[in-house]
Design a protein around this ligand. Structure first.
Ligand code: FAD
Ligand code: NAP
Length: 357
């Protein structure tokens, strides 16, 4: 059952202050047994993006009194974007951070406890209840565990990229392509994602340049065939993007390029640039403890959020390298909560039966 088990009269604010970076705490405060708290719940959720918060909303309404451990990016990836136009229910453009605030408020309203902490250790081998340790030193114990740690787009790490995020530089054509209707755009990368992003962008733009650092693509042949057949897309081979440069209005005006064979420098004028060099799922915590695929995504039973460990569910981008949308993350979060509820009902029934026998 849910409840707090504090080991001290807790006058100390540890990790619950927004903006208080957990790593700034002294190792003593962060790790001391004296200040450690144990938080128990029926449903422990790691991650506070659309997947984790949707799981929390359903879990709370099913009486599982969930705890959500938020991690270093409370609200998840949508908090680093601006306009969101494809989340159902809103006729007008909404802001990503606002949407996530509303999701969190809804989750809290129905009984979710939000924790400012990041899970740094987890024990899955012992089965339910699952124990996790936060960066604060606190322990979290959940009868079921929902993994909703998401995935992060990989970035080039070159000048201007971060500063122009949301001002011409993006990592999601499905999300932001619409804003470049009739404009000149570029996609950077040579894998399936880059080719799919380039093809998708031709719905909005007649001038799409695919910039790749080699002279052959890594993507599947069928996608390459579609790409080469599309006269709206121009491949630019052997080019590395070395910088994103703003124009007078503060938005992206051009890319700085360097030829990877000759070293020759050049520029390319674009209104939008989509970095598509892969995603990294946040699964370091689960390596060796849970089955991950070759790209590091959590493996689930097809069409479900169930992992190979009974009582452990995964939802959202951490288990989905194909769709990676807020609405699909929310959908699988809902599925995780429904399956979690069924798992607990079966477990409780079995425990009752054996107690009565
Ligand atoms: P995330 O949103 O990635 O959330 C992961 C959560 O896990 C975070 O809260 C993080 O702090 C937490 N976490 C990670 N590790 C730990 C840990 N060890 N302990 C505790 N917590 C942890 N999708 C759309 O549908 N429409 C859009 O317009 C759109 N725009 C986008 C714009 C940008 C710039 C980006 C990057 C993505 C966009 N997306 C959009 C995609 C969408 O944001 C993701 O598909 C969605 O956020 C995935 O949700 P998630 O809950 O699975 O994971
Ligand atoms: P990926 O296959 O790892 O491809 C990444 C691409 O980005 C590669 O072409 C790579 O170049 C390039 N790249 C990496 N780092 C770079 C850097 N620093 N600078 C410039 N270029 C860089 O990633 P992905 O395309 O996101 O695909 C990930 C996985 O998801 C794959 O398994 C893929 O098949 C799968 N996926 C499948 C589909 C589908 O089935 N429809 C769709 C999307 C993704 P090099 O080629 O030179 O290494």
């Amino acid at each position: 059952m849910c409840g707090w088990v504090l080991r001290e009269a807790d006058g100390i604010v540890r990790n619950r202050l927004p903006g208080l970076a957990i790593p700034t705490l002294s190792p003593y405060l962060a790790r001391s047994e004296d200040f450690m708290a144990i938080h128990t719940t029926r449903m422990l959720i790691i991650g506070s993006g659309p997947a984790g918060l949707s799981a929390a909303i359903y879990g709370a309404r099913a009486g599982m009194e969930p705890i959500v451990v938020q991690g270093l990016q409370p609200g998840g990836q949508l908090t680093i974007t601006t306009d969101v136009e494809n989340y159902p229910g809103f006729r007008d453009v909404i802001q990503g951070p606002w949407l996530m605030q509303e999701m969190q408020a809804q989750a809290e309203h129905v009984g979710t406890r939000m924790m400012w902490d990041t899970i740094v250790e987890i024990d899955l081998a012992s089965g339910s209840p699952f124990k996790a340790i936060g960066d604060s030193g606190d322990e979290y114990v959940g009868d079921v565990l929902v993994i909703a740690t998401g995935a992060q787009a990989k970035w080039l790490g070159v000048p201007g990229e971060q500063e122009l995020g949301g001002k011409g530089v993006s990592a999601c054509a499905t999300c932001d392509g619409f804003f470049y209707r009739g404009k000149k755009v570029a996609v950077i990368g040579g894998g399936n994602t880059a080719v799919e992003e380039a093809l998708y962008l031709t719905n909005h733009s007649d001038d799409v340049t695919l910039i790749h650092r080699r002279d052959e693509l890594r993507s599947e042949k069928i996608l390459q065939d579609r790409l080469f057949a599309n006269d709206k897309i121009t491949p630019l081979w052997n080019k590395a993007v070395t910088g994103f440069v703003a124009g007078e209005n503060g938005t992206l005006s051009h890319l700085e390029l360097e030829d990877t064979v000759t070293g020759e420098k050049s520029t390319l004028e674009v209104d939008g640039a989509f970095v598509a060099i892969g995603h990294a799922p946040a699964t370091g915590l689960f390596k060796g403890k849970l089955e991950l695929d070759g790209s590091g995504y959590v493996v689930v039973q097809p069409g479900t959020p169930k992992t190979a460990i009974p009582g452990v569910f995964a939802c959202g981008d951490v288990m989905d390298h194909t769709y990676r949308q807020a609405v699909t993350a929310a959908g699988t979060g809902c599925m995780a909560a429904l399956d979690a509820e069924r798992f607990l009902a079966t477990k409780d029934f079995a425990a009752k039966e054996s107690a009565e026998a």
